[in-house]
Design a protein around this ligand. Sequence first.
Ligand code: SAM
Length: 302
Amino acid sequence: SVQKLFGIQLPRYARVNTLKTTVEDAVDYLKRDGFSYLGHASSLDDLALRKKDFVIDMHLPELLVFSPKTDFHDHFLYKAGHFILQDKASCLPAYLLNPPVGSHLIDACAAPGNKTSHLAAIMKNKGRLFAFDLDAKRLATMSTLLLRAGVTCQRLANQDFLTVDPDSQEFKDVEYVLLDPSCSGSGMVCLRDNASSADQDARLASLASFQLRCLNHGLKFPRLKRLVYSTCSVHRQENEEVVAACLQQNPGFRLVPLLAEWPERGLEPLPQCLRASTTKTRTQGFFVALLEKHSGAGGPGP
Ligand code: SAM
């Protein structure tokens, strides 16, 4: 595999689905199943694990970390929906958005639903989680994933997010949006980009314009408090540049500084955002920004 070729061995991550079990019970189950629990990780080096050793991640308290070759696809904990197999970086958006129990929120580009199931777990299945995706096949996969994960607060729609009406009565209480739109995927360790640079520039420009339209659209929901934007791209054009353009067009919003202890920041001038990579965070390449409405700005008024 490409991972082996380049000597980049990412750990295997499994997020404990708290709709089905607890971290403690999952740890106990694994110990009985022959895995060795080494406690909480405290540094990046603690994520370099051997054989059947595992730890709890130092940033995400519901994330278990295993050696690279561990495969859970046939394991009870995965099949029963207790484990969601998700890269560490892709756990950041829902964790940072942190919607309160009972809130109404939108997952704008949701399939196959890993982040949707994470949001539902944080909300304890209470509230309303509107999830959209353009691709019917991916949405079908998502239904299966959510069923296995015990998610019940979702309303799935096979719809272009850009056509969702922010002023509809249905969304009047939406305060949170998670936007994880299609991107180049350039952060994925398994994908390599062979396109010529002219082709690549055109492709990135078209993705960035789509991403910016989605971002601007997401900010139009009248009660919106916070929106998280994420990509699995390493390109500045799809990350910092999209966010900077959006902030310029939406002066009522600002960036929230994220996780001071996270080792990799957004490129200048956006250090409030996070980046992730194989070398600095032992994850796929990733980008996250959290936008928040200024108090008093643009609300519906008293
Ligand atoms: N958030 C998902 C997860 O964690 O499992 C992954 C989302 S993937 C990066 C992007 C998704 O956006 C794809 O499933 C794609 O079909 C969908 N998509 C692309 N354009 C869209 C649009 N205009 N409206 C809604 N969904 C769209």
